[in-house]
Design a protein around this ligand. Structure first.
Ligand SMILES: Cc1cc2nc3c(=O)[nH]c(=O)nc-3n(C[C@H](O)[C@H](O)[C@H](O)COP(=O)(O)OP(=O)(O)OC[C@H]3O[C@@H](n4cnc5c(N)ncnc54)[C@H](O)[C@@H]3O)c2cc1C
Length: 387
């Protein structure tokens, strides 16, 4: 027989988390650690992660250590010592020293398969209060709390809502209306493949070319996560595997090694246009938005999921001092500057990477080469640690 919430000693506030991605699961983890028993509603019939690999910076590792999840993550993930920025010939444009950050903070930066991250978070929460095939279709405000309708005909009333339902959030729409996405002008293909021998498994590389980029990040378990970005010209979604790969043929170095060993039938290519949210919104009444639902960013800093994880963690920390109502208010005040900063920095990097004019591209590469490493490093550390 199912163990009831009261038998487990949970607090009795009724909280609904909408969405079982990284942000929703981390929110559930934090609330459970404080004695709450939030229901998590997920529209899909299983909790699964879309996507290939993911970079998790030292800010995420700090949180994972504090939540007791770091060892499990490190069991699968690949710690990185450096991220290299290269031109299309493979010549150095700049680098970020991740070993230095690890030395100074004790937190490594890692890359990992997304499904592993998802599995770790899923295992860390109470599965009994997860409702699959529950898509939220409307939310109505009551005197205190909310009436929620799901697409399977079920309804429920909740005292508090945490919207973690991703970039096209229904929860956000219900509370804030239509906030348009801001399309970045470039598209991305991602895949996971075997890591070829000869590629340093502790180094992530990103090559910047003319309106195109490619990246290789070892993710542990003998695999690499690769991505290709290109300024959009239209019709990209229709391209087949060979056409996509041919489009990025000019990239040299390790990219050639990767490209030459790919067997099309073994690769799952994930395509998507890149966008962020034109305005970040985090809180109203007894509802907060966590993760992409409230603050989707472009992936150029590798901090999108990190912001969702940070947000869930910060909310949990606030709950150690404040009531749920007050923690929600403070969450918004505490997080807005941070997520705006990441979104703006990330957008700017994307603009630099996709400069249209060849003259500006040459100038950009020149400036990147002569910029002292310590300046880039300081900016990178500032973005990650918000100091
Ligand atoms: C190309 C690319 C590379 C990236 N690389 C990185 C990286 O290296 N590092 C990093 O930190 N971030 C990265 N990101 C960002 C990261 O992927 C996202 O920020 C993160 O996955 C968002 O997590 P989330 O839980 O907020 O939303 P999602 O993962 O979108 O989860 C939302 C969940 O809500 C469910 N849902 C939606 N609507 C409803 C509804 N109405 N009712 C119920 N359930 C619903 C969905 O099914 C889904 O399970 C990258 C993003 C892209 C596009």
């Amino acid at each position: 027989m199912a163990v009831m919430a009261a038998d487990k000693g949970y607090r009795d506030e009724k909280i609904l988390i909408v969405g079982g991605g990284v942000a929703g699961l981390m929110s559930k983890n934090r609330l459970e650690s404080l004695g709450y028993n939030p229901v998590l509603a997920e529209q899909a019939d299983a909790l699964r992660s879309e996507g290939a690999g993911i970079l998790l910076g030292a800010n995420v590792l700090k949180i994972f250590r504090e939540c007791g999840l770091e060892d499990e993550l490190l069991h699968y993930a690949q710690p990185l010592k450096e991220i290299r920025l290269l031109d299309e010939q493979g010549r150095r444009l700049g680098r970020f020293d991740l070993e230095k950050i690890a030395r100074e903070t004790s937190y490594p930066t890692v890359a990992v398969h997304r499904k592993r991250l998802h599995e770790i978070l899923m295992r860390s929460v109470d599965a009994e209060s997860i409702r699959l095939s529950h898509k939220v279709i409307s939310i109505t405000k009551l005197n205190a709390g909310y009436h929620v309708q799901f697409d399977n005909g079920e309804v429920g009333t909740y005292d508090y809502i945490i919207g973690a339902d991703g970039v096209r959030s229904k929860v956000r729409e219900q509370f804030f209306g239509n906030i348009p996405l801001r399309y970045a002008g470039y598209v991305c293909w991602r895949f996971v493949c075997d890591l070829p021998p000869g590629i340093d498994r502790m180094v992530g590389s990103e090559y910047w070319g003319s309106n195109k980029r490619v990246g290789i990040f070892p993710i542990g378990e003998g695999k690499a996560y690769c991505f290709m970005l290109a300024s959009a010209v239209g019709g990209e979604e229709k391209l087949g595997f060979e056409e996509v790969m041919n489009n990025f043929n000019e990239f040299q170095g390790d990219w050639q090694t990767i490209a030459s060993m790919l067997a099309p039938d073994t690769i799952e290519l994930i395509y998507g246009p890149i966008a962020d949210l034109s305005k970040n919104v985090l809180h109203v009444g007894r509802m907060i938005l966590v993760g992409d639902a409230g603050h989707a960013t472009t992936p150029n800093l590798g901090q999108g999921a990190a912001m969702g994880i940070e947000g869930a963690y910060v909310f949990g920390e606030l709950l150690k001092t404040y009531s749920l109502d007050d923690a929600m208010k403070h969450y918004s005040q505490t997080r807005l500057e941070r997520v705006n900063d990441i979104r703006n920095r990330s957008w700017l990097i994307g603009r630099l990477a996709h400069l249209e004019s060849p003259v500006w591209q040459t100038l950009r590469n020149f400036v990147m080469r002569i910029t002292p490493h310590r300046i880039n490093q300081k900016e990178f550390e500032k973005a990650i640690f918000h100091q």
